[in-house]
Design a protein around this ligand. Structure first.
Ligand code: NAD
Ligand code: TYD
Length: 359
C-alpha cells in the first residue's frame, strides 16, 4: 500500500493513473479538494478496489495518523501543495499553511507511525517529497542549469514555502533518520493540468478565441517536463533512490514563453484552423509582467540519469502534440473546470493586466 497526498491535482492524478496501470498495487489518496483538486480526474478508479480516496487536509494530524494506522502504507508520495506562483503573490497564507505546516504534520505523523515499527524494518519504508526547481531562484542566460547542490534562493512566496518544506524534510532525515527523499522538478505539462498554468491556459484561451496573455517580454525561460516522464522519474526514485538524497528531474527542453505560445498556436492552426483564416497567433497579447518574475529555470538531471537510468522520453514537440490532443479531446473536462471560481481568478489576475497592456 502506498499513500499519495494531493492525488486529485495535476501531477498526482497522472501519477495515480500510471501507478494503477503499470504497478498494480493499491494506494490511498488524501486530498483536500481545493480549487485545484478534481475527483473527475480519477473517476475511472471510483469502483476499483485498489483505489481508496479520503477527502482531508494534510494539516490534520489526527486524520493522518488514522490513515497511517488503518492503511499501513510503506511508501508516501507527497504532492499536496498550493502550487501557483501568481496566487501566492495575491495570497501567500494558504501556501504557508499547506506547503510548510502541512508538510510538517505529515512528517510528524510519519515519525509517530514509524516509531511503532522496529528500527531494523525502517529500510522498507520511504517518503518522496515532491519539490520544484523554483527553490533555486533564477538563472542568467549564461549560467549552467541547477544541480542538486545549488544554493537555495527562492524568489516568490510559493518558492519560499516549498524551500521551507524541503528544509524540514532534510532536517527530519538528518535528525530522526526518517527514510526521506526529495525531488526537485522543472515545469510539468500534460493532461489534467488546471488551466491557470501557462500551457493549458494558452490552449484553452486559444480554443475560446480569448487573448493569450504573455507576461512582460515573454523571453523568460522554463525547462518543460512532460508529466508522464516526471511520474516515471518519481517511480525510479521510489524504487532505487538513496535515502536522504535529493534528485533533480528535468525535461532537457528549455523554451521561452513566447516560443511555447507560438508553437501551440501553429499546431492549433494545423489541427483546427480558425474559420476567418487568421492564425491563433493573432490572439497573443503582451501584458503587465508578474512581480519578481524569475527569468530562467533549467535543470541538470545527470544524477538521476546516471544513478537510476531514467531519461525523459518526450521532447517538447512530441509532448506538446500529446498535450494539445488531450485538451482537444476533453472539452467536457475543460468546461467543468472553468466554473465561477475559475472565472473569478481569471478576472482577478488578468483584468488589470489586459487593461494596461505594454506596447
Ligand atoms: P496542483 O495544484 O495541480 O494539485 C495540488 C493538489 O493538492 C490538489 O489536488 C489539491 O486539492 C491538493 N491539496 C492542496 N492543499 C491540500 C491540503 N492542505 N491537504 C490535502 N490536499 C491538498 O499541483 P501539481 O501541479 O499537481 O503539483 C504537485 C506537486 O508538485 C506540488 O507539491 C508542486 O509544488 C510540485 N511541482 C509542480 C510543478 C508543476 O509544474 N506543476 C513543478 C514542480 C513541482
Ligand atoms: P506557470 O505555468 O505559472 O509556472 P511557473 O510560474 O511556476 O513557472 O508559468 C510559466 C511561465 O509562463 C512563467 O514564466 C510565467 C509565464 N506566464 C505568462 O506569460 N502568462 C500567463 O498567463 C501565465 C499563467 C504564465
Amino acid at each position: 500500500m502506498i499513500l499519495v497526498t494531493g492525488g486529485c491535482g495535476f501531477i498526482g492524478s497522472n501519477f495515480i493513473h500510471y501507478w494503477l496501470t503499470h504497478e498494480n498495487q493499491p494506494l490511498v489518496n488524501i486530498d483536500k479538494l481545493t480549487y485545484a483538486g478534481n475527483p473527475l480526474n480519477l473517476q475511472k478508479f471510483n469502483s476499483d478496489p485498489r483505489y481508496h480516496f479520503i477527502r482531508g487536509d494534510i494539516c490534520d494530524r489526527s486524520l493522518l495518523l488514522e490513515i497511517f494506522h488503518t492503511y499501513k502504507p510503506n511508501a508516501i508520495i507527497h504532492f499536496a501543495a498550493e502550487s501557483h506562483v501568481d496566487r501566492s503573490i495575491y495570497g501567500p497564507q494558504d501556501f504557508i499553511q499547506t506547503n510548510i505546516l502541512g508538510t510538517f504534520q505529515l512528517l510528524e505523523s510519519f515519525r509517530e507511525y514509524l516509531n511503532t515499527v522496529p528500527r531494523s524494518n525502517w529500510s522498507q519504508y520511504r517518503m518522496i517529497h515532491i519539490s520544484t526547481d523554483e527553490v533555486f531562484g533564477s538563472l542568467t542566460p549564461e549560467e549552467p542549469p541547477f544541480t542538486e547542490i545549488n544554493r537555495y534562493a527562492p524568489n516568490s512566496p510559493y518558492a519560499a514555502s516549498k524551500a521551507s518544506s524541503d528544509h524540514l524534510v532534510r532536517a527530519y532525515h538528518h535528525t530522526y533518520q526518517l527514510p526521506l527523499i526529495t525531488t526537485n522538478c522543472s515545469n510539468n505539462y500534460g493532461p489534467y493540468q488546471f488551466p491557470e498554468k501557462f500551457i493549458p491556459l494558452v490552449i484553452c484561451n486559444a480554443l475560446e478565441g480569448q487573448p493569450i496573455p504573455i507576461y512582460g517580454d515573454g523571453l523568460q525561460i522554463r525547462d518543460w517536463l512532460y508529466v508522464e516522464d516526471h511520474v516515471r522519474g518519481l517511480i525510479a526514485v521510489l524504487k532505487g533512490g538513496t535515502i536522504g538524497e535529493t534528485y533533480n528531474i528535468g525535461g532537457r527542453s528549455e523554451k521561452t514563453n513566447r516560443s511555447v505560445a507560438e508553437l501551440i498556436c501553429e499546431r492549433l492552426d494545423h489541427k483546427c484552423p480558425l474559420p476567418n483564416g487568421q492564425s491563433y497567433k493573432s490572439l497573443i497579447t503582451f501584458v503587465a509582467d508578474r512581480p519578481g518574475h524569475d527569468r530562467r529555470y533549467a535543470i541538470d538531471c545527470q544524477k538521476i540519469e546516471k544513478e537510476l537510468g531514467w531519461k525523459p522520453r518526450e521532447n517538447f514537440l512530441s509532448g506538446i502534440e500529446k498535450t494539445i490532443d488531450w485538451y482537444l479531446n476533453h472539452k467536457v473536462w475543460i468546461e467543468q473546470v472553468k466554473n465561477q471560481s475559475y472565472r473569478n481568478w481569471i478576472k482577478q489576475n488578468y483584468e488589470k493586466r489586459l487593461a494596461s497592456c505594454p506596447e
